[in-house]
Design a protein around this ligand. Structure first.
Ligand SMILES: Nc1ncnc2c1ncn2[C@@H]1O[C@H](COP(=O)(O)OP(=O)(O)OP(=O)(O)O)[C@@H](O)[C@H]1O
Length: 366
């Protein structure tokens, strides 16, 4: 099968300075990003932040007030969706109910393949790719949600599009089907080497599937990075709280390079000088980075704490800890392996010592 054979590593999709308003409401504000050929990008953000609008601009379903869209080196800003050669999968399967799975898939092919045998061969190949061999004769109503979304995916890739656009393709499915299908979509996308943009509000989905994640809020792009980069070094407290769980320790002041104080609580953090000395700061730490030591000590940021609550999660416990801090108390949540909880005999209302590794504390200007 012949897809657009993009050269890996080249800049393939480019959106530049895209701004889009609906009446007086600005849905996208000066958004720019690009994708390399074959890359899988995920657009992640809360409801109403402009994710779908951005995808629709890339597709040519919306015309922005300003900005350009380049696909495979060609400025397509003035072209409608029908001329952009994009494959789209929506959240609602959007299949034709009166056509079988095969006919739905063939629908995306007919203008290109006039030869009926070729269409049949290609449809068979696509059914095989999406794991639906033997179900081609069924109508959408006879298929499960996951199967319908497989048909929608086969239809979207049938014509070897230049770009695959997925708008929350898994959100209508139950958790088990969703996680299986996300692995399958990713495998197929890699196999075909097709540059893909997927909208999701599910951070787990974005972390699991994307080469890079674009985090948005209120029409703006806040951070672009690999899943690792966005998880390990979120650009702002908003990004930090949107992806994964994060503890924040607020109302600190940076009193010396790498040293932050709040009353009698003093914490060391690698902040690379991002917070000016003497200014108010927020420190952030992931629950899995807090080290619980029972009665033993810790080398880094050793603090006494009290176990306030414990929630069993199978492989780990989510432990709620309170730190006695002058002028009030700070609450932290720690994820501690179940084996360690049992070994140390941790229980509610137990005084413990915790440690926070210096390089796991992230400092932000408050
Ligand atoms: N056709 C429209 N007319 C007016 N306002 C619109 C239109 N389409 C979108 N908006 C507004 O633009 C903003 C961004 O919408 P968009 O659908 O892009 O958000 P989203 O991040 O995809 O949200 P969700 O995750 O809830 O689907 C929203 O406040 C929405 O109400």
């Amino acid at each position: 099968m012949i897809m657009n054979e993009p050269v890996a590593g080249s800049r393939y999709l480019e959106l530049r300075n895209v701004t889009m308003s609906f009446n007086r409401f600005t849905a996208l504000e000066d958004v720019s990003f690009d994708a390399e050929a074959g890359e899988f990008l995920s657009i992640l953000g809360p409801s109403g932040c402009g994710k779908t609008t951005l995808l629709r601009v890339a597709a040519g379903l919306e015309k922005p007030d300003r900005g350009t869209v380049v696909i495979a080196g060609r400025d397509v800003s003035g072209l409608p969706v029908s001329k952009r050669n994009v494959g789209i999968v929506f959240q609602s399967y959007a299949l034709f109910p009166n056509l079988t799975a095969e006919q739905n898939i063939a629908y995306g092919l007919t203008p290109r393949f006039c030869d009926r045998d070729r269409v049949r061969r290609r449809v068979t190949e696509l059914l095989d790719m999406v794991g639906l061999v033997g179900s081609g004769h069924k109508y959408p109503a006879q298929l499960s949600g996951g199967q319908q979304q497989r048909v929608a995916l086969a239809r979207a890739i049938a014509g070897a599009p230049a770009l695959l656009l997925l708008d929350e393709p898994l959100s209508a499915l139950d958790a088990k089907v969703r996680s299986r299908l996300r692995a399958e979509i990713r495998q197929l996308q890699k196999h075909l080497g097709i540059t893909t943009l997927m909208v999701t509000h599910d951070q787990e989905e974005a972390l699991a599937m994307a080469d890079r994640i674009l985090v948005m809020d209120q029409g703006r792009l806040l951070q672009t990075g690999t899943p690792d980069e966005v998880y390990d070094l979120p650009a702002s407290p908003f990004v930090a709280s949107f992806i994964g769980s994060m503890n924040f320790i607020r109302d600190l002041v940076k009193e010396a390079p790498g040293i932050f104080r709040k009353g009698d609580l003093s914490l060391a953090a690698d902040d690379s000088g991002l917070v000016p000395q003497g200014t108010r700061a927020i420190l952030a730490v992931r629950p899995e980075d807090i080290v619980l030591n029972g009665s033993g000590g810790s080398r880094e940021n050793a603090l006494p704490a009290l176990v306030r609550g414990m929630e069993y999660r199978g492989a780990s416990y989510r432990v709620t800890l309170s730190l006695g801090v002058e002028g009030g108390c700070s609450t932290l949540e720690a994820d501690v392996p179940t084996r360690k909880i049992r070994r140390l005999g941790i229980h509610e209302n137990m005084p413990v010592n915790i440690g926070i590794p210096v390089d796991r504390l992230i400092a932000y200007v408050a």
